[in-house]
Design a protein around this ligand. Structure first.
Ligand code: NAI
Length: 342
């Protein structure tokens, strides 16, 4: 009960209305990169989620310590930490229904997400290989940046092993929606928990396209430009404020836990669960953009239905055009790299 209360207060009104089912299914959730800035609070929030029955925490260092700490929290789920030595990643992943990947290096001031490519591409590739071998049917939630490229990298790894299921691979873009909703509520003095701004495209800079018009809002001039910039580059505010000590971790943990919770609700039979997420998408394939974030209905098989982008203002249409161009090159970069470095 305590856990349910905690989850309620964490996820806000939209989630609260639907958070009533009890955890009936056994659900193992794995976090890869669990000892990091995102990994630790994300694991904590998952420990508070009664839908999770087993929490498997992996990192190249420190996961057993995080697991020991979190395991004392008085909720029913079991928690175990794994390191490269010993039982290792294979045991961590075996039987997992959801695998969250916040492993990798975060940005420092002045860096774009794409600057992380060289380091994170190989980390994600290796973790994807392990997941494709140990839990090919799990839902894979990629948090490691640049998400626009790390998702295609993961897909290519799964394809190379003959186990790719596009319905089970998600780039986590929830933080963009969280920010877009929070920032508009600050401008309009509304309750942020009741705002749910649709954000489409990808997860970096100009590829993040908030569709305010769909929520009935019109901003003009400098106010509009500042809002768009803040949503697209909100991560930079955190990177700068932390002064080199990392990027968004706590808000990202909340966003990742919210997305995992939505998947679990859908897996456990709840209908009408919709989250924005970056998936293998037909929406702009004809323009060479093979992955795209839009509102996606989740179900027991992962992606149930990919919603089209819907009505847009002329201004938003302009943002989308810039987004598609960038996204295409981010996707191609990931695919090219992984084919050369498989
Ligand atoms: P961090 O450096 O605090 O933690 C990363 C963790 O990954 C460390 O504990 C490290 O030991 C671990 N790690 C590194 N290589 C590994 C491997 N091969 N296997 C397992 N674990 C490994 O970084 P932080 O702040 O937690 O960020 C992680 C990633 O998430 C970064 O790439 C960051 O850019 C991204 N991020 C994504 C967001 C999104 O909205 N999708 C938002 C914020 C950050």
């Amino acid at each position: 009960f305590a856990a349910r209360q905690a989850s309620k207060s964490v996820f806000g009104a939209v989630q609260r209305r639907t958070f009533s089912a009890t955890a009936s299914n056994a659900t193992k959730v794995a976090v890869l990169g669990a000892a990091g800035g995102i990994g630790q609070p994300l694991s904590l929030l998952l420990k508070l989620n009664p839908r999770v029955t087993e929490l498997a925490l992996y990192d190249i260092k420190g996961a057993p310590g995080v697991a020991a700490d979190i395991s004392h929290i008085n909720t029913k789920s079991t928690v175990k930490g794994y390191e490269p030595s010993g039982a290792g990643i294979k045991e961590c992943l075996t039987g997992a229904e959801i695998v969250l990947i916040p492993a990798g290096v975060p940005r420092k001031p002045g860096m774009t997400r794409d600057d992380l490519f060289n380091t994170n591409a190989s980390i994600v590739r290796d973790l994807a290989k392990a997941a494709a071998d140990a839990c090919p049917e799990a839902n894979i939630l990629v948090i490691a940046n640049p998400v626009n490229s790390t998702v295609p990298i993961t897909a290519e790894v799964f394809k190379s092993k003959g186990v790719y299921n596009p319905k089970r691979l998600f780039g986590v873009t929830t933080l963009d929606v969280v920010r877009a909703s929070r920032f508009i509520s600050q401008l309009k003095s509304t309750d942020p928990a009741t705002e749910n701004i649709t954000v489409v495209g990808g997860h970096s800079g100009a590829t993040i396209v908030p569709l305010l018009s769909q929520a009935g809002y019109t901003l003009e001039g400098a106010e509009r430009d500042e809002y768009i910039k803040r949503v697209q580059f909100g991560g930079d505010e955190v990177v700068q404020a932390k002064g080199g000590a990392g990027s968004a971790t706590l808000s990202m943990a909340m966003a990742g836990a919210r997305f995992a919770e939505s998947l679990l609700k859908a897996a456990q039979g709840q209908s009408g669960v919709v989250e924005p997420t970056y998936v293998d998408s037909p929406l702009y394939k004809d323009q060479g953009v093979t992955y795209f974030a839009s509102q996606v209905e989740l179900g027991p098989n992962g992606v149930e239905k990919i919603h089209p982008v819907g009505e847009m203002s002329e201004f938003e249409q302009g943002l989308l055009e810039v987004c598609l161009k960038d996204l295409k090159s981010n996707i191609e970069k990931g695919e090219k790299w992984v084919k050369e470095n498989m």
